[in-house]
Design a protein around this ligand. Structure first.
Ligand code: NAD
Length: 256
């Protein structure tokens, strides 16, 4: 039997209980990694993801990791340290996927300072400090994968603050790739287009909106979480060892 691409590796996926994070967690589990499935509140959903990974012969554990408040990253790693050794000896991590994120639905005129602070706290501050606090645990040769968005190259004034968080995240990717390169750690962003998940559920239910979303992709359909997970799995694998500091567009060729 050929070895799985991530055999012997440990991966952390924030927001792994649903949507894109769930697909990433399941895929990395299938590829042989021990997966820490981060969740904010949905413990039952995280347990389901763990069960699904285990059904397919993998190993995973649910990790309580609500983000967006001061001290969130330290609390995440404390919870990780408590749980990881039961599943993987050594206690470290090889792949950090900063996936958890929230949207905004405000243009500049309606944006409040509270909304701005919240979206930056979850989408930018949390990944920064998860990496900062996790550096001692992240093994040489590891991976940091930040889930960005296609909005970094498409002007979206109707969700300007959300788009700005992803621009900030991509710049973090760039600087961090240089910082961690000497340790053989690669850092990349993955930028999905419109993917059929809860974050879009309110507007994608409208058939006209769904038609528009499918139509902006050169491939003529709305993306699925698995479309993103496959690219994350590639970046996590040894095959992607020479790719770092990049934003990989996973929008199905949207707005080409
Ligand atoms: P989703 O709403 O289905 O999932 C978001 C995940 O993040 C959930 O698991 C949720 O529990 C977690 N999360 C949200 N707030 C959190 C908090 N405060 N603390 C901890 N976890 C929290 O959305 P999704 O589409 O799966 O989004 C995943 C990532 O992909 C996000 O970073 C999002 O910005 C990005 N993205 C999504 C799309 C899309 O069209 N769906 C497009 C581009 C980028």
């Amino acid at each position: 039997m050929t070895a799985k691409a991530l055999e012997g590796k440990v991966a952390l996926v924030t927001g792994g209980s649903r949507g894109i994070g769930r697909a990433i967690a399941e895929r990395l589990g299938r590829d042989g990694a021990v997966v820490a499935v981060g969740y904010a509140r949905q413990e039952g959903a995280a347990d389901e993801v763990v069960a699904r990974i285990e059904e397919r012969g993998g190993t995973a554990f649910a990790l309580p990791a609500p983000l967006g408040r001061r001290g969130d990253a330290a609390a995440l790693w404390a919870a990780f340290d408590e749980r990881v050794s039961a599943h993987a000896p050594g206690g470290g991590v090889d792949v950090i996927v900063n996936n958890a994120g929230i949207g905004t639905s405000s243009d500049l005129a309606s944006l409040t300072e509270d909304e701005f602070d919240e979206v930056f706290a979850v989408n930018v501050r949390a990944p920064f400090f998860i990496v900062k606090e996790g550096l001692g645990r992240l093994r040489d040769g590891g991976r940091v994968i930040n889930i960005s968005s296609g909005v970094v190259r498409m002007a979206t004034p109707e969700i300007m603050a959300y788009a700005a968080t992803k621009g900030a995240l991509d710049n973090f990717t760039l600087a961090l790739a240089k910082e961690l390169g000497p340790r053989g750690i690669t850092v990349n962003s993955v930028a999905p287009g419109v993917i059929d998940t809860d974050i879009n559920a309110s507007w994608l239910r409208d058939p006209e909106a769904a038609k528009w979303a499918a139509g902006i992709s050169a491939l003529g359909r709305i993306g699925q979480p698995e479309d993103v997970a496959g690219v994350v799995a590639f970046l996590a694998s040894d095959d992607a060892r020479w790719v770092t500091g990049r934003v990989v567009d996973v929008t199905g060729g949207s707005a080409l």
